[in-house]
Design a protein around this ligand. Structure first.
Ligand SMILES: Nc1ncnc2c1ncn2[C@@H]1O[C@H](COP(=O)(O)OP(=O)(O)OP(=O)(O)O)[C@@H](O)[C@H]1O
Ligand SMILES: [Mg+2]
Length: 259
């Protein structure tokens, strides 16, 4: 059972979509949690199995209310909704204004997620100082940063990894592994290798694990604007490699045992 935090360094490289695609190809039962403090997108993108909208009040908000009443008795599973793509999702905030009402749930979230009985993929939005999702990122079994391989994308990635390298204890045997997924065209066979070389040359202990293919048709299927088989999209095929790398990362408990 692992908790994987998904985030961006800056911009919108496709973190939320990456979470949706990873959840659909994940080799074990998994829940997708929308914990982007800037406001969630899962609510707007996913449909119920009957094709209707998801319930905006049954998700992070209801989880926070339950945790305020009794955190020990609160279970993530009671706040998940099923989607037409067969996924279990925790819908996030409908707007950033709801953030203030959530209170202590951000500090309780890591343990609520960790005791879930399935793997959890958490969309944490942008990795930045002051993000309410930092407790989740710091306690995750692994962090996956999605990045575009252009100059700005790589520059912001470097600066975020330098900024958070210490608090994540990146590179320590029992620190948090940071994995990188490059958002680019499937024809781009170079960017992932170049990025890994750059990180290595700067002594940044992060591992590039694959590419999320640019795939407008596939994105349409995952965002409910297009019909089709999600599993056969280019996006899903590219995500399988990344999912495999993520499930192979030892959990926090296993890493502590190894030290
Ligand atoms: N691999 C991809 N191929 C095609 N379109 C994509 C891909 N990834 C993302 N998109 C599209 O780009 C837009 C932004 O994607 P997404 O919302 O997943 O990014 P994000 O990083 O989560 O952004 P935000 O910072 O707003 O949360 C969406 O319209 C999505 O459909
Ligand atoms: Mg997003």
């Amino acid at each position: 059972m692992s908790v994987i935090a998904l985030c961006s360094a800056k911009g919108s490289p496709g973190v939320t979509l990456a979470g949706q695609v990873l959840a659909s190809v994940w080799p074990r039962p998994v829940a997708l949690v929308d914990a982007d403090p800037a406001g969630g997108d899962i609510l707007w993108r996913c449909r119920t199995p009957q094709g209707g909208p998801l319930n905006p009040d049954h998700g992070l908000l209801s989880l926070a209310a339950a945790a305020r009443r009794d955190a020990d008795e609160t279970n993530l599973s009671e706040h998940l909704q099923q989607t037409n793509l067969g996924q279990s999702v925790l819908v996030g905030l409908s707007s950033q204004e709801q953030l203030t009402g959530l209170g202590s749930v951000w500090t309780q979230l890591p343990s609520l997620l960790a005791r879930h009985t399935e793997d959890v993929l958490v969309d944490c939005g942008q990795l930045s100082a002051g993000s309410a999702a930092l407790p989740v990122i710091h306690k995750a079994d692994a962090v996956l940063v999605v990045v575009r391989p252009d100059m700005e994308g790589v520059a912001h990635l470097r600066s975020r990894l330098f900024q958070f390298g210490k608090s994540l204890r990146m590179g320590d045997a029992d620190g948090t592994p940071v994995l990188i997924a490059v958002a680019t065209t499937y024809r781009d066979t170079q960017s992932a290798t170049h990025l890994q070389q750059l990180l290595d040359s700067e002594g940044i202990p992060a591992r590039v694990v694959g590419v999320f293919a640019e795939d407008a048709k596939g994105a349409g299927i995952f965002t409910s604007t297009r019909a089709g088989a999600p599993g056969r999209t280019l996006l899903a095929r590219s995500a399988r490699v990344i999912a495999q790398a993520l499930v192979s990362v030892p959990s926090v408990e296993q890493r502590i045992g190894m030290v």
